[in-house]
Design a protein around this ligand. Structure first.
Ligand SMILES: [Fe+2]
Length: 211
């Protein structure tokens, strides 16, 4: 009810300002009757829009109630680097993160959680090394900088692994989500940089093969 009241007061203020000042002193002297008609239509549309935000807010709340917050993120084509071998690794990593989050949420056996974290750490290295090999083979000019960002990520993952070495409960779902966000940020910002290079390289290769 309070939200409806606030909106009604807002609409009232808008109309008061419009008819008390804007229409008689600004719109009518400059645009005549057409200006008034236009101002009234705009005011009605704005009023409907303000009231509609109430309905939209209710719908959003209903939707949130229907769909409980989840930390599961499936691999999406937007992360693709257009290199099937690397895309496959990305998918595997995302799946591993999802499994880990599920295990933590369901409070699975700490040993299983620790094992999966070790597996995940090993797979980071395999994935980054594969990517660096592909880029190196094709002569990617920014490989050193790219490899450095891989090393930075590995360091963060290792710190996390050390933290849980003493007690797996030291690792929270938030920690896992944070690490995954870092990885996704790497996909979306750093990895996307080499996509045009690989495409051009592929095109040149295809042209040379046709000769
Ligand atoms: Fe990368």
């Amino acid at each position: 009810m309070l939200k409806i009241g606030i909106r009604i007061i807002g609409i009232g203020l808008l109309h008061s300002f419009l008819y008390g000042y804007l229409v008689p002193f600004v719109i009518y002297p400059r645009f005549g009757k057409d200006g008034i008609t236009f101002a009234v239509i705009v005011a009605i549309m704005v009023s409907i829009g303000i009231m509609a935000t109430l309905w939209l807010g209710k719908n959003k709340k209903k939707k949130q109630r229907r769909e409980p917050m989840t930390n599961i993120i499936e691999w999406d084509k937007k992360y693709s680097v257009d290199e099937p071998e690397l895309d496959e690794c990305q998918k595997q990593l995302m799946d591993m993160f999802n499994t880990l989050i599920e295990m933590k949420t369901k409070k699975s056996d700490p040993k299983d959680v620790a094992n999966l974290i070790t597996e995940l750490n090993d797979f980071f290295k395999i994935f980054f090394s594969k990517e660096e090999k592909i880029l190196g083979r094709k002569g990617y000019p920014d490989l050193d900088t790219h490899a450095k960002s891989h090393r930075r990520f590995i360091k963060k993952a290792i710190v996390l692994r050390r933290e849980i070495a003493e007690d797996v409960d030291n690792l929270s779902v938030e920690d896992i989500v944070e690490l995954r966000s870092l990885l996704i940020a790497h996909f979306e910002t750093v990895d996307t940089m080499f996509i045009p290079f690989l495409r051009i390289h592929k095109y040149v290769e295809e042209c040379e093969n046709k000769k």
